[in-house]
Design a protein around this ligand. Structure first.
Ligand code: CP3
Length: 353
């Protein structure tokens, strides 16, 4: 595929985007900030618009996707929008029988066990996700100078939902396949990698200015297993995304042991969860930017406690190649949006000079 037009060609204001500048390791006037799961149940306007509408239904309705994605941008004035969707949407789009169950997460009707099960999953064609193209185009038109982050699930994290059939703590079935049926594992990981890469290509072609690959559950792996059995597949996705000319963020939870490898997989920005201080993360990621990593529960502390901790994160991030402020994982649904508004204002107003 050909590289997408550069973000600045889409909208000249994107050239000034502090988020894109930080992601590329360029100097910034303020530390850019956005929040994983910034759209969602913490917002009353989200709860209102989702009334009686299923999660998958919402994700497949371009007008709803545009509106829900814009809600936190309007409310907080964050430096980036993240496309409202879910990591299992491309699987749903190719025909995998799954649902997103409220309070539970993705549930797959017939978990993947055999090579035949893997081969039965179709490849993703742009025609499967016309609603995504439409939503991204609509969004980019509305967002103007605010960049849109497209995203996909990394092969390991998506495989876990496909093999377990739902959310899992131990990922025991997934690892049983990884250790016990290597040819099924390789085929599954390669299939998901192609689907995730194609999904990112659709989003960037339609106007997304950056991508984030979510390997949320990679922290369950040892460095050795990550290296042999997982990283090559994530690297394939990141390589195809890199060919599109947009910055690539690579994020996982509990990945203190894997940050160097997740960077080397082909990230421009390594997402750090809140358990790992940036002081420890930055030397591991070398000449890459970092994203993170305020503990998401700090929004429940008094505002001045929250902002004092945010200042520590900003100060720690100053020695990185670039720093994008975020929480160390998604916004907790019971978060008071007013706290995130104050946090955004604090980070954007924090003097870097
Ligand atoms: O604002 C954003 O960050 C964009 C939207 C987004 C969602 N899911 C919306 C969503 C993104 C980027 C995701 C990615 C995602 N989905 C990940 C990786 C990010 C992470 O949190 O580590 C994972 C592991 C999933 C799988 C998934 N989908 C989970 C664990 C859940 C939560 C289950 C629950 O109800 O607590 C979902 C459902 C989901 N995805 C919701 C939202 C807003 C909640 C559904 C609802 O509002 O009804």
């Amino acid at each position: 595929s050909t590289p997408a037009e550069s973000p600045a060609a889409r909208d000249p204001r994107l050239a000034e985007s502090q988020f894109l500048r930080a992601a590329r390791g360029e100097p910034v006037t303020h530390t850019p900030v956005w929040f994983m799961r910034q759209a969602g149940r913490s917002l009353p306007e989200y709860l209102a618009i989702r009334e009686g509408v299923g999660m998958l239904e919402a994700c497949m309705d371009p007008a709803l996707v545009v509106e829900i994605t814009l809600q936190p941008v309007r409310r907080y004035g964050v430096d980036a929008a993240i496309f409202f969707s879910d990591i299992v949407l491309p699987l749903k789009a190719v025909g995998v029988d799954l649902d997103i169950v409220p309070g539970v997460g993705p549930v797959v009707a017939s978990p993947v066990q055999t090579l035949a099960d893997v081969e039965a999953i179709p490849e993703l064609e742009p025609d499967h996700v016309g609603f995504i193209t439409q939503a991204v185009r609509g969004l980019v038109a509305e967002l103007g100078g605010t960049p849109l982050i497209g995203f996909a699930g990394a092969p390991f994290t998506v495989a876990s939902y496909l093999v377990e059939g739902g959310p899992s703590k131990e990922h025991a079935r997934t690892k049983a396949m990884m250790f016990g049926a290597p040819e099924v594992w390789e085929a599954l990981m390669a299939k998901i990698a192609r689907i995730s890469a194609a999904y990112l290509e659709v989003q960037v072609s339609a106007g997304a200015s950056a991508v984030q690959l979510f390997d949320s559950w990679a922290g369950a792996l040892t460095p050795g297993d990550y290296e042999r059995l997982v990283r090559p597949h994530s690297a394939m996705v990141l390589e195809r995304a890199g060919a599109l000319g947009v910055p690539r963020i690579h994020f996982g939870v509990g990945t203190a042991n894997l940050l160097d490898q997740m960077g080397e997989a082909g990230a421009d920005v390594v997402g750090v969860d809140w358990r790992t201080p940036l002081e420890r993360a930055i030397p591991l990621v070398g000449e890459r930017a970092v994203q993170g990593n305020l503990d998401p529960t700090l929004v429940f502390a008094p505002t001045e406690v929250m902002t004092a901790r945010a200042a520590e994160v900003i100060e720690a991030g100053r020695v990185a190649r670039g720093h994008v402020f975020n929480l160390g994982h998604g916004v907790i649904p019971s978060t008071n949006p007013d706290q995130l508004a104050r946090l955004t204002e604090f980070v954007q107003g924090y003097p870097l000079a």
